[in-house]
Design a protein around this ligand. Structure first.
Ligand SMILES: *Cc1c(COP(=O)(O)O)cnc(C)c1O
Length: 229
């Protein structure tokens, strides 16, 4: 079992290195978030012990359950899915990065809990780059106002943006959507950022399209099925 995970991790890391090389980037600038949502805590343990400790969950409760079962392991948890405000407190305690901030109210709630906990919560702003109505995230046009508003939240650090390619699209669409996310980060940064906003990180790319995302500038790729096959 864990031999299989070692192989999968090596294979995905190899593909990340190839995609980075093709784009003239360093593989060390790309963080692999291993998405454990398809498996239970015990399989997650085997996966972590096979060598990968940076993990992502899209459901808060599943993250908590796994985290509780695996407290003996030194894991870094990333939240990649929708967060409700009533779960934000515990998420701020646990997650090293919340990729999926999709409303100003949520950002404000995260800020409040982080301030209470005496920490600075690291987040990304999710952007709906495909325009699909089922997708969470800010529209590109909303971003400047959100960035401006973020200046008031001292206990939050916005590291960058996150997106998912549209479900209906192909690789050409995905590339265009990833390029859009990068250009949104660049244009937002060019118009001046508050001190707690850095448009450095781009979380984009999943099993089916992470190489394209890396070519378009991803610094975090969220990969599940290619690691748990
Ligand atoms: C499930 C999920 C992933 C990983 O998807 P795979 O195609 O299995 O790699 C990435 N990002 C989010 C937000 C997800 O929910």
């Amino acid at each position: 079992m864990s031999q299989r995970f070692k192989q999968n991790i090596d294979e995905v890391n190899g593909r990340i290195a190839d995609a980075a090389a093709k784009a003239g980037r360093s593989a060390s600038d790309v963080t692999l978030v291993g998405v454990t949502k398809y498996v239970d805590a015990e399989v997650t343990r085997e996966f972590a012990q096979a060598g990968h400790r940076v993990l992502g969950e899209n459901r808060p409760q599943q993250m908590w359950q796994k985290q509780e079962a695996l407290t003996d392991l030194d894991l870094q948890w990333h939240l990649i899915g929708h967060l409700q405000r009533n779960k934000a407190k515990r998420m701020v305690e646990l997650a090293v990065l919340i990729h999926s901030v999709d409303s100003l109210r949520l950002l404000k709630a995260i800020d409040g809990f982080a301030a209470e906990q005496g920490k600075v919560a690291k987040v990304l702003l999710e952007v709906n780059v495909s325009g699909e109505s089922a997708k969470h995230g800010f529209s590109p046009g909303e971003l400047p106002a959100i960035v401006e508003a973020a200046a008031d939240f001292n206990a939050v650090q916005v590291d960058g943006l996150m997106a998912m390619a549209g479900l209906a699209g192909d690789h050409v669409d995905a590339r265009r959507e990833f390029a859009l996310l990068r250009s949104l980060a660049e244009t937002t940064a060019a118009s001046g950022l508050p001190g707690n906003v850095k448009m450095q990180d781009l979380s984009m790319g999943m099993s089916g399209d992470f190489e394209i995302a890396i070519e378009e500038g991803a610094t975090l790729v969220r990969v599940g099925s290619a690691l748990f096959k």
